[in-house]
Design a protein around this ligand. Structure first.
Ligand code: AP5
Ligand code: MG
Length: 216
């Protein structure tokens, strides 16, 4: 008899700065499935100056959302790739009800992890964040500093302060989250697949709670 292969198809939900990227990197290590971050894909497209990047840039800098049809088309192609066969961790998708409904036509989900962090601490997390554009690792100048200032621990890349991590854009991103993405907690709650995790503890503690929640 063949060994049972457990497919893990996960979504990480959470406000900007909730820790989706931080936790996704740790889940990749633990479960050996890829992180698919729509934000990372879009930032790469902006950097490369592709048509997708040109379209996305204005929405990202304003703290709004890239149009649903663009994102859904992009994810339809991404989820077909071979590395998704054992599962995936979706970081930043879906973000609207239209995206969630489209995702239902593309694949089945095992769990939606909702990382819950009080809105008032998110601004400090984002304005102090440093990100690695090469590998997507994230740090924080106070909460989670890199070993060498400005240098990524994981790949030695140069850390940057994301363009949308300024106070004005963060406020718009938080409003966008509240109006468009937060309703997905109920959307998935009704399907009985939400794992709620308190996201304002220590990074390792949050991770332990996610793993524990997924095991249930
Ligand atoms: P995206 O890149 O997804 O940004 P976001 O959702 O705003 O989330 P962030 O990446 O800012 O936060 P995070 O939850 O990953 O937190 P992190 O782990 O880095 O999207 C960017 C833009 O792209 C959107 O605004 C939109 O325009 C567009 N876009 C993307 N997807 C789209 C979609 N599906 N549809 C339409 N448009 C889309 O942590 C944050 C900081 O906190 C770090 O410094 C970290 O070190 C620190 N930290 C993490 N955990 C803890 C902890 N437990 N304690 C203390 N500090 C912590
Ligand atoms: Mg992120």
């Amino acid at each position: 008899m063949g060994e049972e292969v457990r497919i893990m198809r996960l979504v990480l939900l959470g406000a900007p700065g909730a820790g989706k990227g931080t936790q996704a990197k740790m889940l990749v290590e633990k479960y050996g499935i890829p992180q698919i971050s729509t934000g990372d894909i879009l930032r790469q497209a902006v950097k490369d100056g592709t048509p997708l990047g040109l379209e996305a840039k204005k929405h990202m800098e304003a703290g709004g959302l890239v149009p649903n049809d663009v994102i859904i088309g992009m994810m339809r192609e991404r989820l077909k790739q071979e590395d998704c066969a054992p599962g995936f961790i979706l970081d930043g998708f879906p973000r609207t009800k239209d995206q969630a409904e489209a995702l239902e036509g593309l694949t089945m989900l095992n769990a939606v992890v909702n990382i819950d962090v009080p809105l008032d601490i998110l601004l400090a997390r984002l304005t102090g964040r440093r990100s690695c554009p090469s590998c997507g690792a994230v740090f924080h100048v106070l909460n989670n500093p890199s070993k060498i200032e400005g240098v990524c621990d994981a790949c030695d890349g140069e850390l940057v302060h994301r363009k949308d991590d300024n106070e004005k854009t963060v406020k718009s991103r938080l409003d966008t989250y509240t109006s468009q993405t937060q309703p997905l907690i109920d959307f998935y709650g009704e399907k009985g697949i939400v794992v709620n995790v308190q996201g304002d503890g220590k990074i390792k503690k949050v991770f332990a709670n996610i793993v524990e929640g997924l095991g249930r």
